[in-house]
Design a protein around this ligand. Sequence first.
Ligand SMILES: [Zn+2]
Length: 468
Amino acid sequence: MYDLIVRNGKLVTPDRIYEADIAIKNGVYAAFLEKRTPAEAKEEIDAGGNYVFPGIIDCHAHLNEPGFEYREDFETGSRAAAAAGCTCLIDMPLNNNPSLMNKEIFDLKMGKISKHSAVDFALWGGIVGDYDDKPDSVKNNMNDLVDLHKCGVAAFKGFTCPNGDLFPTVNMGNVRKALEILKPYNALCGFHCEEYGQVLEREKEAKAKEGLSREEKIRAFLDAHDVWTEYVATKNIIDMARATGGRVHICHVSHPMVAQVVKDAIHEGLPVTAETCPHYLGFTEDFVFEKGAPAKCTPPMRKKEDMEKLWDYVLDGTLSCVGSDHSPAADEEKDNETKDIWQAWGGLNSIQFFLPMMFDMVVHKKRLSPSLIAKVMDYNPAKVFGLYGQKGAFELGFDGDIVIVDPEKAWKCRQEELLTKGHVSCFDGLEGKGAPIYTIIRGKVVAKDGMYKEDAVGYGKYVTPTEK
Ligand SMILES: [Zn+2]
């Protein structure tokens, strides 16, 4: 007797789509059965001929607990993720207070978050640096990295650009040291790539200009964060991978010039992986001019031709993962009335439309196979972040995660209906087709028809890498 059978679905994998019924027992896939094979289960779900994915992993989500729960906590963020078809998210070490930079903070964080996640979760640990302009109290955490690794963090994150005192920027000395320390553990180090000096200098110059119109300010912001900042930082990080042999991951690649640098590095045989986000694949600078503060993020959205070209690097496997980079804010931090582009919070409220947006772009707009979704939003993230073996594929004994997507289901983002704590989203009003109708984690339904289940809160468990 199985616990759950999902019948009548089209199973989507990176290489093929096929019909089968899925049986789950004790939280894992127990059998893949030919359609309508007689079998007994406590519960049966009819997938209605829709697409069935072996889970969706959001490899880049900022849920802000502990420290900034007024923007988002694990409960609100993970409920929105569940409703959006996410089965596992990998939470960033910032913005937190304290940021996740040592074992003591890991214990504190787990004490808070482990009780109320609606989806399975892994964690990014932090790599923090000690740039000269920081106060003496701000120290790097090189001596804590191995301990953090032993806590089971799936990867480490560092910032190459100015980033405040709670999560200090890394310089290349810090990066090199961290890679040397973590290489024996084959641990992955991801970086926000925008080069410190250029961002500092160009922001200072742009902010000093007086009397600029709204449009001129947005232009100045986009120019201060132009592709050269991202390009130089990415090259530096890749050079550190070349110098040390440590594994690096380039976060949220926004521009084809940067993707090409990654592609060359992979071709050279360096241990480099990279991700992009839906907003770089479907939105441009024009969107930032249109929406203002709610659309502020760094790196910023790029020109239309750059956006189009970025797809080539998703298709050829250079940008092997797509993450949401959900980075929530309180509504007043994204308010166009009171905040100009400089004052507004940098980060998008995106987790609840992560899968629907990607599905609509991939399947309906680009006319590509949903297999691409299975690849860049499940299989590859599971491989890159070491979760394969538990997550990422329809394999016997893997976690019984299932996301059923109705490819024709129409959706519209209405910010007042968002399940996240903040309600301002630049995607307000966006419409598309293709939405999750069931989110199932280890055999349990955690969300249905765009709404999380109350009893899912606290069900999500901490997952740690198994594949070394
Ligand atoms: Zn981020």
